[in-house]
Write a protein that binds this ligand. Structure first.
Ligand code: CA
Ligand code: CA
Length: 510
């Protein structure tokens, strides 16, 4: 056996054509996620390339003056079926790929026939999921997409537009906002409010002992808009999740003051009424009752997203709760600026805080009127970024446990120098990475001159395609499989023996 040297597992940007395996086969692998940063002749993104073309159709255009009868008999000889003809577009024809042919081989036959102007694949495109909400389009919502506007740093954001190409809504997921209430009639929230099937309310008011969680402060309404303002409705802002069910649980008054008994009542309401995530943009000193209530929520499999607080404090030393609870369902969130710095007064904690999210000058729905919006800064407004992201993750991976969902989010942050040693992950939320993990391709082994063996690693149940090319162009799909429960599948290229050099890559299947 001739093992690859360890550095041959991936082909680093700029050097990816320089690796050699056994049998004089030039061999090249890379992380799909790295492709966009390639410095060589290729700079493809797996997401862009993945849905390349339909496997069952090609398009041809007859040469001007070519005999249609001759072309028709050529079709017959190949068993190509003409599905559609566009007389007004130069006689363009859509052909069905016959049994036993591939798109590439069929295209080659037509190109060699001399009968066609061109023959090409039926490429696949997609509608870009860009919402029409004006404050997203004008760049106000920098935490979702930062192009460097207003002195920000490009890409100091959660990569929301890229994530939205995967998934925009979590309409079946109930998220409880435990806060000052929510203005549930707001133009950009009303459609995303959870409705209690028993009384038609949108939650609970533990201070008043009623089912009217109106917001007399504005804080809770901001939280609700950041995680789940209605997307693509032409109004205001857009939440991390365009659609979600927001359950409003009021346990803080218009001065932002609350007590443990009210918080406990809201935790209980959220648990009993089916919330999957609880957003807690607030903190207490410890209380046994509060700790027990959060532990009960944990046992119900509910995720808690807790703001770390805004005292410039190390909460490993000076704890605040729920952020400092060492429960596996509690995610604590510090806040970052539009330059990916840690917020000036953001709390932190190498073991108590899990990650950071955008929290500076965050613009969102506000409680004053049904059309009011407002901007504010703090970890309170970072936590709902994570909550919205988790809602989408729960929608994307319905069979997974809350621990698996949390692990996905924490494993997908963007590491930042400003966060090193300040939180567990040392990173800021990246929703694109969480929703669409990278595909890794590695060499397993190759006997001298024997067939190449590859291992694809991704998330479980991901359908991936291995493509091969002689040069770094004209990739052909050779193998498609779905990763097993451990996130991998193996592939042996029996045709590699004695062949010319070849390159491999793995991409997501559409
Ligand atoms: Ca970005
Ligand atoms: Ca909107």
């Amino acid at each position: 056996m001739m093992p690859f040297r360890s550095h041959a597992k991936v082909c680093p940007a700029g050097r990816r054509a320089g690796l050699f395996g056994a049998g004089r086969l030039l061999f090249c692998l890379w992380l799909a996620q790295e492709i966009g940063a390639a410095q060589t002749a290729v700079s493809f993104s797996s997401q862009v390339l993945a849905p390349a073309y339909r496997a069952d159709r090609i398009l041809i255009q007859p040469k001007p003056g070519a005999s249609l009868a001759v072309l028709a008999s050529f079709h017959s000889s190949l068993k190509s079926e003409v599905l559609q003809t566009f007389e007004g577009i130069g006689g363009l024809q859509v052909l069905r790929v016959p049994e036993g042919e591939t798109v590439q081989s069929l295209i080659a036959r037509y190109q060699q026939s001399g009968l066609v102007e061109f023959a090409e694949p039926d490429y696949t495109g997609r509608v870009f999921a860009t919402p029409d909400d004006p404050k997203y389009l004008d760049g106000t919502l920098w935490g979702l997409n930062n192009a460097g506007q207003k002195g920000g740093t490009a890409d100091a954001d959660i990569d929301a537009p890229e994530a939205w190409d995967v998934l925009t809504s979590a309409s079946n997921i109930v998220v409880a906002v435990l806060d000052t209430g929510v203005r549930y009639t707001h133009e950009d929230l009303a459609a995303n409010m959870w409705v209690n099937p028993t009384d038609g309310s949108h939650g609970t008011n533990a201070l008043a002992g009623s089912n009217d969680p109106s917001d007399d402060s504005g804080h809770g309404t901001m939280i609700a808009g950041i995680l789940g303002a209605v997307g693509n409705n032409g109004k205001g802002v857009v939440g991390v999740a365009w659609g979600v069910q927001i359950m409003a649980c009021k346990c803080f008054d218009n001065f932002g003051r609350g007590d443990v008994s009210a918080a406990v009542a809201c935790l209980d309401y959220a648990r009993v009424n089916g919330a999957r995530i609880i957003n807690a943009s607030w903190g207490f000193t410890n209380s046994l009752a509060l700790s027990n209530a959060f532990y009960t929520v944990r046992n119900a499999g509910i995720i808690v997203v807790a703001a770390a607080g805004n005292s410039s404090a190390d909460i490993d030393v000076t704890p605040t709760y729920p952020a400092s609870y060492d429960f596996d369902n509690v995610i604590s969130v510090a806040y970052t600026t539009r330059n990916d710095a840690l917020g000036t007064n953001s709390n932190f904690g190498a073991t108590s805080v899990d990650l950071a999210a955008p929290g500076e000058q965050i613009y969102s729905t506000f409680g004053a009127t049904d059309t009011f919006y407002f901007s504010n800064t703090g970890s309170s407004f970072a936590a709902p970024y994570v909550t919205g992201a988790l809602a989408l993750m729960l929608a994307k991976y319905p069979a997974e446990s809350y621990q698996q969902i949390i692990a996905r989010v924490l494993n997908a942050t963007d590491p930042l120098p400003s966060l090193a040693g300040k939180c567990v992950t040392g990173g800021r939320l990246n929703l694109r990475k969480a929703l669409s993990p990278p595909i890794n391709l590695a060499a397993l082994s190759s006997a001298g001159g024997g067939p190449f063996q590859l291992r694809v690693s991704a998330d479980p149940g991901r359908t991936c395609v291995i493509e091969v090319a002689t040069y770094l162009t004209n990739w052909s799909r050779t193998f498609t499989n779905t990763t097993s429960a451990n996130g991998t599948f193996d592939f042996t290229d029996d045709t590699s023996v004695g062949s010319a050099q070849r390159f491999y890559r793995a991409v997501s299947s559409p």
